[in-house]
Design a protein around this ligand. Structure first.
Ligand SMILES: [Zn+2]
Length: 370
């Protein structure tokens, strides 16, 4: 072991004369810093000495801390699924949206709806970030009936009617056992919530003219131009350009409904499009429904980009349009009472097969019984 050299003593006595015994050369001496306590980061007290950290050192520590935090955040995003964060956010968005609807509904006097009780689902939002939501009842069912409301934002009672239907189905599950029901009560929230409400969406597009039908490219803009380019019916510059349109397409693709009921106003009739091979039996059934609900039937036809065309004509889905007698929000509750029985019969109307090959079961018997 090397004997430690008393450097302090040497320093106090000055350097030994050159060449003196042992000839201790300055170069041979350990460097003074070797005797000083080694500075470790954060070691401010050592051997009785107070070492003050420099500003530079503190700055470095802060930078290390900030980088550490950022790293941890990044790591947690990678380790935990992104849904963990997004589900919280979508839950918050949904609550905020329902509260907004509550306020608007109260303004129209629709105070008997409890929107927060219904298990809504949504995967996309409108231009103004309103959730395009729907609810599924009996999601193990083999057949589905799809209900669409508020396609045109200024047709106010259609929104009440479909929300009320969702609440009614939720409150009476025994009535709908084995019947798959999907309800999207407000397809065009931006139009509904704008002041005043508008038929078109926030981009000025009629979402019942924007569906990707086979004739859209050739006819949509041409027909719109020929009819005087009315803004209320603008089909958009491109088919399926709108989130609200894609929402309808996604619902139809996912649930493959046998029957669709789309609620509109104020033209005051029932209209239908659907499997041409079975139109006779459906027509007979519809006549019964019209008679019982005192609501006329009218073949209104379909347009490039309309639901009747996309779902009824092209995909052979029984597509019924209920046009309410007016767009007066004050008459909404009366309309639900008037059409409740017909709507429930539509849900339970027995059909067989899946689109495009569906038929009404026992059409003669069912038509006479219903
Ligand atoms: Zn409409």
């Amino acid at each position: 072991m090397t004997k430690p050299v008393n450097y302090n003593k040497i320093l106090a006595g000055g350097a030994p004369p050159a060449g003196a015994g042992g000839s201790l050369n300055k170069r041979d001496l350990p460097r003074p810093t070797a005797f000083l306590p080694r500075r470790e980061p954060g070691d401010f007290m050592s051997q009785g000495l107070i070492i003050r950290p420099s500003l530079d050192f503190m700055l470095k520590q802060k930078i290390i801390l900030i980088h550490g935090c950022l790293g941890l955040c990044l790591l947690s995003f990678l380790v935990f699924p992104i849904q963990f964060y997004s589900s919280d956010l979508s839950c918050y968005n949904l609550k905020r949206y329902l509260t907004l609807l509550d306020e608007q509904f109260a303004f129209y006097g629709w105070t008997d709806l409890n929107l927060h009780d219904i298990p809504w689902e949504y995967h996309r939002t409108s231009k103004y970030k309103h959730p395009l939501m729907f609810v599924v009842f009996n999601n193990q069912a083999k057949q589905y009936t799809l209900f669409l409301g508020g396609v045109h934002g200024d047709e106010l009672p259609t929104v009440y009617l479909t929300f009320k239907l969702a609440q009614y189905v939720k409150d009476n599950p025994d009535l709908f056992k084995n019947h798959g029901i999907v309800i999207a009560p407000l397809l065009n929230p931006d139009g509904f919530l704008s002041r005043p409400p508008t038929r078109v969406n926030a981009s000025g597009i009629d979402i019942n003219r924007n569906l990707p039908t086979r004739d859209w490219q050739a006819k949509a803009i041409r027909q719109w131009t020929a009819k005087g380019k009315r803004g209320r019916y603008y089909p958009g510059a491109k088919q399926a350009s709108e989130q609200e349109t894609l929402f309808q397409v996604a619902l139809i693709k996912r649930f493959k409904p046998q029957k669709i009921l789309s609620v509109h106003s104020p033209l005051n009739f029932f209209d239908y499009d659907g499997p041409s091979s079975d139109l006779d039996s459906f027509e007979k059934w519809m006549k019964q429904i019209c008679k019982k609900s005192h609501h006329p039937m009218k073949k209104f036809g379909y347009y490039p980009g309309s639901l009747g065309n996309y779902a009824g004509h092209e995909r052979n889905i029984f597509t019924l349009t209920l046009e309410l007698p007016s767009s007066d929000p004050g008459r909404s509750k009366k309309y639900f009472e008037k059409f409740q029985a017909s709507i429930l019969k539509f849900i339970t109307l027995p059909v067989i097969g899946s689109p495009p090959n569906i038929r009404i079961i026992n059409s003669k018997k069912s038509a006479s019984k219903r």
